[in-house]
Design a protein around this ligand. Structure first.
Ligand code: UDP
Length: 236
């Protein structure tokens, strides 16, 4: 597949056109940002890990009947995916209190919820991705009622699959962010990435953080945490 011009450069990824108008190539970088771009840095090897972890999870989810944008892993950092129109909503599922949830509601981190929560942010960098509810998302025509229902159902199913998988490798899935896209025929598929950049992972026994919070909070051993997640998922 011939790779063509860069279509888009984000904080952690670049997207390239290919000779097939329905397929793009994602390239994963080592660049890391946090707090809406205020904090910048590099996590050596992150691009490789996020590419491989994302593709592993996407294929696992496909196996469970959840449609995704995944097409083919080309190498350590490059993957072909279906071109989608991204629904401008970040979908956040939480199993355990942490991060902005703990802050907003004035509770400690680590409360295990009986049922997972769902919340949405409006994907808009200039506004700092404000929290939005489904009625507001509908008012702004960010998605149709049917799309929001599909996204909600898929997000909880994805949580069930991921939670069970990570439990087997000794990791608690605390929370994570998903993005969805529309194919040309309107089908909603899971898009973007699933990685230590977009999920909170805590070691089930020690509760050690194995995700981007080590970067956000300057906890040290950032690269080691990402490598440890690779080990848990793919074995030594
Ligand atoms: N998250 C993300 N991108 C964002 C915001 C959040 O991937 O722009 C992920 C984050 O890694 C965490 C979950 O979504 O796993 C919930 O994040 P939270 O709302 O607690 O925000 P944070 O504390 O990261 O600002």
């Amino acid at each position: 597949m011939e790779i063509k011009e860069m279509l888009y450069e984000g904080k952690a990824k670049q997207v390239f056109a290919t000779e097939n108008p329905e397929i793009v190539m994602v390239h994963y970088k080592d660049d890391a940002t946090a707090f809406n771009g205020l904090k910048k840095g590099t996590i050596t090897g992150k691009g490789v890990i996020n590419n491989r972890v994302t593709n592993f999870m996407m294929q696992k989810l496909e196996g469970e009947g959840i449609p995704t944008h995944f097409v083919e892993e080309l190498n350590d950092r490059d993957t072909l995916v279906k071109k989608v129109q991204i629904v401008p909503l970040e979908v956040i599922i939480r199993n355990i209190s942490a991060g902005s949830f703990a802050k907003r509601f004035g509770v400690e981190e680590g409360i295990v919820f009986e049922n997972p929560t769902i919340e949405y942010s409006y994907k808009n960098d200039d506004l700092g991705d404000p929290m939005i509810n489904t009625a507001q998302a509908l008012a702004l025509k960010l998605a149709t009622p049917a799309e929001i229902e599909t996204i909600r159902t898929m997000a909880f199913r994805i949580n069930d699959v991921m939670k069970a998988f990570f439990k087997e490798v000794g990791v608690d899935l605390v929370d994570f962010k998903l993005e969805f896209g529309r194919l040309t025929d309107g089908t909603i598929v899971l898009a973007d990435e699933i990685s230590p950049d977009t999920c909170r992972f805590w070691d089930s026994k020690t509760h050690e953080k194995l995700d981007k919070d080590r970067f956000r909070r300057d906890l040290g051993n950032v690269e080691d945490a990402y490598q440890e997640m690779m080990k848990r998922i793919f074995g030594a």
